[in-house]
Design a protein around this ligand. Structure first.
Ligand SMILES: [Fe+2]
Length: 299
């Protein structure tokens, strides 16, 4: 049974790094933390060297997801699980480890959505200086959700091979999962979609004040706010907005926490709008409408 520490980082492809550099720092509120050897830009939300890496590539979307395992032994546990299910993987090479700021790791292409995943033991390289909240009281990188037409197949894979635990499902539409034994209601989600796609990336913020300030900041920078309300499954108060390429990002606060032992069983919510948002607010059609999953990276 693989044991995770947390969702480590998300690497995104964006069309214009210069524009994204300013936007992710000054509008989204991440702290810029330098550039990598191939030009990628790093941003942090805490002590970890980065929670988001931006690469300039078309089309915009997901490049890779990094998962932090509890300790070194979990790399072997994961490798055995992948071997047992016939999933191809390889050790990350030195350049890849340096770029990810990790000691060692394992890379695989998740076979349902095609997303590239890195797994590395705790912890990523740490910054001595604290994260300084400039425009938002950022808590941490929250979760990433992928969409796929192969919804049930994907759930089976994440449950059986990767030891993710569904906390709640909106029946047939979205499954919200913990990376066991991380306590957050979800660090990952699988949504039903017409194509394999990046659905959204979430950042956990502190309180309503962060959302109120965000609404004013976004209005001043012409950032579309595309959905806001309250998620009954997770207890998250949320606000969805679009990055300069139209990728869906989310702020949220108030998520339910799960104990490792004797957690409550998962619930199944009816597939109707109030299961997604109990406030009845309009949901803009641009929510999760773009975000290609890159499958070109050599494995
Ligand atoms: Fe979310």
């Amino acid at each position: 049974m693989i044991r995770y520490s947390k969702l480590g980082y998300v690497a995104l492809n964006v069309s214009n790094l210069g524009r994204a550099r300013d936007w992710y720092e000054k509008v989204c509120g991440l702290q810029y933390n330098g550039a990598g050897s191939t030009g990628e830009l790093y941003f942090r939300t805490g002590k970890d060297h980065h929670s988001i890496a931006l690469h300039e590539a078309q089309p915009p979307g997901l490049k890779r997801i990094g998962w932090e395992l509890e300790d070194d032994t979990q790399l072997d546990v994961l490798a055995r699980a992948l071997d047992n299910h016939g999933v191809k993987w390889r050790a990350m090479n030195d350049d890849e480890c340096r770029a990810a700021h990790v000691r060692k790791g394992l890379r695989m292409r998740e076979p349902i959505t095609g997303a590239t995943m890195d797994y590395y033991p705790k912890a990523m390289g740490q910054q001595e200086e604290p994260y300084i909240p400039a425009v938002v009281k950022m808590q941490h990188l929250g979760h990433v959700v992928l969409g796929t037409p192969h919804y049930r197949e994907a759930l089976d894979f994440y449950h059986e091979v990767l030891n993710f635990k569904t906390s709640d499902e909106i029946d047939g539409r979205i499954s919200l999962m913990r990376c066991f034994p991380n306590p957050y209601h979800h660090s990952f989600g699988i949504a039903h979609a017409d194509t394999n796609t990046l659905h959204h990336v979430n950042f956990m913020v502190s309180d309503e004040d962060d959302l109120a300030r965000a609404r004013a900041r976004f209005a001043a920078h012409d950032v579309p706010v595309v959905w806001q309300g309250y998620h009954p499954p997770s207890g998250n108060t949320f606000l969805f907005f679009l990055d300069p390429d139209g990728l869906s990002l989310e702020y949220g606060y108030g998520m339910e926490l799960f104990p490792e032992k004797n957690p409550r069983p998962p619930r199944v919510f009816q597939p109707r709008p109030e299961s997604f948002d109990s406030t009845g607010a309009d949901r803009d059609a641009r929510v999760a409408s773009c975000g290609e999953i890159e499958t070109a990276e050599a494995l």
